[in-house]
Design a protein around this ligand. Structure first.
Ligand SMILES: [Zn+2]
Length: 442
């Protein structure tokens, strides 16, 4: 590289550095407002219900949706829509003179998990956490310690929020909701931060796998999105499982049991044998981690005449799902072969797909998020989700959508907690991210 070019590069780097530093100095996030906001949202019971087929699965989720819509309107956001399904859509209009900045969307879910009660959540703010065990007052058997949960050590001297011992906290995903709301407030208060259109979407029923069931992509109105539904500060997830379901239906041969010799074939016994043939040391959720896939029986129904086994099939590689199906089917057929007269059907159902397959076509979406995390002073931790998110479905609905951290910990349990400084860093990240999309548009 020539000397002149080198100097040019150094100068442009320096200009960039000072621009970023000025931006950092400029961003002031109201910590008290963010904390109060979060405490307010978690007290609203929004538990979803997997056994209800209505949309939303529980009407009470709308109580939070309504409040969020009201608060957005009070902030001065003019375009706020709620619907009968419990979604909230809003737009913070761009303030840049650049007209071709892609609209981006920040998305989180209002519901909490069915695994643990969400009724009467009493959030407790532990200011300047001292590092000692936190005994939750309403059930002293619930204890948070740095030994069991080392991530707490990062929060010694800072504020953390827990529940009181009888319920979950609901930081999954009200941390995400509070972070997005505070980001909107911050951007409105600080018009010097230039950005394009920022779309806001709050969804119901994510925890029961139906967060996007009734979503209106027209109303979302964005080109790219980010879910705020991740854990440790700095984490950025652009990869999820690809997921299928599989059902094996076995038909036996039924006769009067008193005269069944050499005739009767019991479908339930065949189902039991198929389950017993599944490998014990691999290929299951209880024996895999990292990037390994698995097959997992989740339901068993039957009478002696007919039985069915439901499976979930998971892998990060979508192509690999076919091999899992093949292996499962072959294994079942080898059992069936011992029972002439019995018949078997194998049915595969697509559930959701790895968002990475979409996101790798738009690498800048995750890159900008990584840069925003760095600008907020954190190290990026790229992670893969051994599950799905609203983002995996949204990515396939035309909204490439990685997942950003919120700080939530021990989710779906009474020991759930969140560090306020992580939520603050997430707001800072979103403010930077909004600015980066503006900067990168020519
Ligand atoms: Zn969540």
């Amino acid at each position: 590289m020539g000397c002149f070019l080198f100097k040019q590069k150094v100068i442009s780097r320096l200009i960039h550095y000072f621009a970023v530093k000025r931006m950092l100095d400029m961003i002031q996030i109201d910590k008290a407002a963010l904390t109060q906001r979060f405490m307010r949202y978690v007290q609203i019971d929004t538990q979803s219900d997997p056994n209800e087929n209505s949309h939303p699965s529980t009407q009470k989720q709308k109580n939070l949706s309504r409040l969020l819509a009201e608060e957005l309107t009070t902030m001065g956001i003019q375009e706020v829509v709620t619907d009968e399904f419990g979604y909230v859509y809003a737009c913070l209009p761009g303030n840049s003179s650049k007209k071709n900045i892609p609209a981006i969307c920040f998305c989180s879910h209002v519901d909490t998990a069915p695994d643990c009660s969400g009724t009467n959540v009493k959030p407790i703010l532990h200011q300047h956490y001292d590092g000692n065990d936190v005994v939750l007052p309403d059930d002293p058997s619930q204890v948070l310690s740095t030994k069991s949960f080392p991530y707490l050590q990062h929060h010694i001297g800072h504020d953390i929020i827990t529940a009181s011992g009888l319920t979950l906290l609901g930081s999954d995903d009200k941390a995400g909701v509070a972070i997005i709301m505070q980001t909107v407030q911050t951007l409105m208060d600080q018009p010097a931060v230039l950005h394009g259109d920022i779309r806001i979407v709050f969804t119901p029923d994510e925890e029961v796998g139906r967060g996007t069931a009734k979503i209106d992509m027209q109303k979302v109105g964005a080109r790219f999105g980010y879910t705020l539904d991740g854990g440790e500060a700095g984490s950025l997830e652009d990869e999820t499982f690809s997921a299928d379901g599989a059902t094996i239906t076995i038909e036996g041969v039924i006769t009067h049991p008193g005269y069944a010799k050499n005739k009767l074939v019991n479908a339930m016994k065949i189902a039991g044998e198929i389950l017993a043939t599944l490998p014990k040391n691999e290929w299951s959720p209880e024996t895999t981690d990292g990037k390994e896939g698995f097959v997992h029986p989740v339901s068993l129904n039957g009478i002696s005449e007919k039985a069915s086994i439901g499976f979930i099939v998971r892998d990060f590689s979508t192509a690999e799902l076919t091999n899992h199906h093949k292996r499962l089917r072959t294994l079942a057929e080898s059992v069936l072969a011992k029972y002439p007269g019995a018949a078997m059907q194998y049915q595969a159902q697509e559930q959701y797909r790895n968002m990475y397959d979409v996101l790798q076509q738009y690498p800048h979406v995750a890159e900008y998020a990584a840069e925003a995390i760095n600008r907020a002073g954190l190290t990026v931790k790229k992670e893969s989700i051994r599950g799905g998110t609203d983002g995996s479905r949204l990515s396939y609905m035309g909204l490439p959508c990685p997942n950003i951290f919120t700080g939530m910990q021990n989710i779906h349990s009474k020991l759930e907690w969140v560090g306020v400084k992580d939520m603050l860093k997430a707001v800072e990240t979103l403010v930077h991210l909004s600015a980066i999309w503006e900067e990168r548009t020519v």
